[in-house]
Design a protein around this ligand. Structure first.
Ligand code: FDA
Length: 497
């Protein structure tokens, strides 16, 4: 309620926010999480909480009037459609030159992501978080994060025969014939549940194309792991459909936080002001960066340093599809949960996820999301004329990522005698070079904050999310975000808040 005071306020309920909530509560500190998205705990008129990727509906997108699907056309036909404006689950947030996809709701990105739970190979860690001791991450915090997230590995003998991973086996065959490293990657999906889906004994989720608009079963999102553990302490409250708009020091100590309450059309139905001794920014790379840049520029938090807003990267994301020969079908039923990748990081700067294209029909397509070692970094800045925050990303920067991904796919195409698909991303584009799923940076560790996420310039303000990571993790990011949050919150609690 307006006017109330809390010891610890957390902005956002994704990975960083959920870790902070659990560990603060276990240390005896009462926590209130403010989350701008919905709770996602109530079924719609179809009896399901989440929409299917085969038929996106009002629940799918955050305050858009037209869907913006990452694979935007099929056989050359645009597949996006008009939808009513609604506080849906997937935000396709447009900046100049790039659309940043993010989860909205209690659980953040864990609601919409593919569950790929990848720990970067240790040799690459120095390039990911140069100021962090790798030994303590690999000995303590990565294992702690994997346990907290419920990370598991697929039964490879089942994978070898499952119809729903035919596309992945085709991906492996093509990778190996071109002498690339093919790797299995961990996931938070319950693979026993997936076996039951294939056996037809439970409602289908991964095997019915559910993923980027939520999974109605099977996936261990934060709603199944950190968040119930946090709530079980009886010290954690969550307010969904509440958006933080300002944080400023108050004379009596601590901070004043301004909050807008939203309805499901996105209208502001109330504004509230609360106070907190400590504030944890966990609004995601974009959410935290936008808040900090605006609060510094508008004088609410003028002492933040000049590193705020800098060091933002897209994890080098680019997508492409390959057109297979008729003798390499990828299957009409494809598990929406990826399990494998092609690792050409050391030689070519690319790690490609073998992705599903679960349309329900045979497509003869292999789809890939590549993570690449691009050096390009953008900066957020406050725009006084619009009152918004801009990002200095340039679309042409994706060419570096395309070139790195081509070290894999040009070679495979020439070996297999195949070509890139041109019917998936609008027009005749071979590359989806206008998006990222993996925003990282904007409040970089040991630059905008100390080496544990304490913001410079203020005491009692912390950053807990992907904005701490300087633009690239060389693999999918959420295990690293979670492990870093575990490391930082432990230090913050044990050395005094
Ligand atoms: P996260 O974005 O999770 O949480 C931030 C939360 O803060 C959100 O819930 C948001 O609504 C809220 N918020 C923002 N501003 C606010 C404000 N002002 N007030 C209140 N609340 C606010 N990664 C991976 O490792 N493996 C994978 O398979 C995938 N797949 C994937 C697919 C898709 C479609 C997407 C979009 C993303 C992925 N990812 C992924 C990326 C992964 O989901 C992402 O890196 C993490 O969710 C980021 O975690 P954070 O804690 O940084 O923020």
């Amino acid at each position: 309620a307006s006017g109330s005071h809390v010891p610890a306020l957390i902005i956002g309920s994704g990975y960083g926010g959920s870790v902070a909530a659990l560990r603060l509560a276990q240390a005896g500190i009462d926590v209130h999480i403010i989350e701008m998205g919905q709770a996602w705990d109530t079924p719609g008129s179809d009896g399901k909480i989440f929409a299917n990727t085969k038929s996106p509906d009002v629940r799918s997108f955050w305050l858009r009037t037209k869907t913006k699907q990452p694979v935007s056309s099929f056989l050359g036909f645009p597949i996006d459609k008009d939808v009513p404006k609604y506080t849906g689950i997937l935000d396709a947030e447009d900046f100049s030159g790039i659309t940043v996809y993010q989860g909205r709701g209690v659980g953040g990105g864990s609601l919409v992501n593919g569950g790929m739970a990848v720990t970067p190979p240790r040799a690459r860690f120095g390039g990911v978080l140069p100021s962090v001791d790798a030994n303590e991450m690999y000995d303590t915090y990565y294992p702690r994060a994997r346990a907290g997230l419920g990370v598991t590995d697929i039964d490879q003998s089942w994978w070898e025969t499952a119809d729903c991973y035919k596309y992945a086996r085709v991906g492996r065959k093509h990778a190996q014939r071109s002498n690339f490293d093919h790797v299995f990657v961990s996931n938070v999906y319950d693979f026993d549940y997936m076996k039951a889906e294939q056996a037809g004994t439970v409602p289908k989720s991964a095997l019915d194309a559910e993923v980027i608009y939520g999974n109605n079963a099977g996936k261990k999102s934060l709603q199944k792991t950190y968040l119930p553990a946090a709530k079980a302490t009886n010290r954690v409250a969550i307010s969904p459909l509440h958006k933080v708009t300002s944080v400023t020091p108050r004379a009596a100590g601590g901070y004043t936080i301004s909050i807008e309450q939203l309805n499901t059309a996105g209208d502001v139905v109330a504004t509230k002001t609360v106070s907190a001794d400590r504030v944890f920014f966990a609004a995601g790379s974009v959410g935290t960066s936008k808040l900090l840049v605006k609060l510094k520029a508008t004088g609410a938090l003028p002492n933040l340093n000049n590193e705020v807003g800098k060091g933002w990267g897209d994890n080098g994301n680019v997508m492409c599809g390959r057109a297979n020969h008729m003798w390499d079908p990828t299957g009409s039923v494809q598990s929406s949960i990826p399990t494998t990748g092609i690792d050409n990081w050391a030689a070519g700067g690319a790690f490609a996820e073998v992705a599903p294209l679960p349309t329900g029909i045979e497509t003869y397509a292999s789809l890939y999301l590549s993570i690449t070692n691009t050096p390009n970094r953008a900066e957020f800045s406050y725009n006084a004329s619009t009152g918004g925050v801009d990002l200095s990303w340039q679309k042409a920067w994706k060419q570096t990522s395309i070139d790195m991904a081509k070290t894999i796919f040009n070679k495979i195409n020439s070996k297999e005698g195949t070509i890139y698909r041109t019917d998936l991303f609008g027009g005749t584009k071979q590359w989806q070079d206008g998006l990222t799923y993996h925003p990282l940076g904007g409040a970089v560790l040991n630059k905008a904050t100390d080496n544990y996420g304490r913001l410079h310039g203020y005491s009692g303000l912390y950053v807990m999310d992907g904005s701490l990571i300087p633009g690239n993790t060389s693999v999918n990011p959420f295990v690293t975000i979670t492990a870093l949050a575990e490391r930082n919150i432990e230090n913050i609690i044990t050395t005094g808040l």
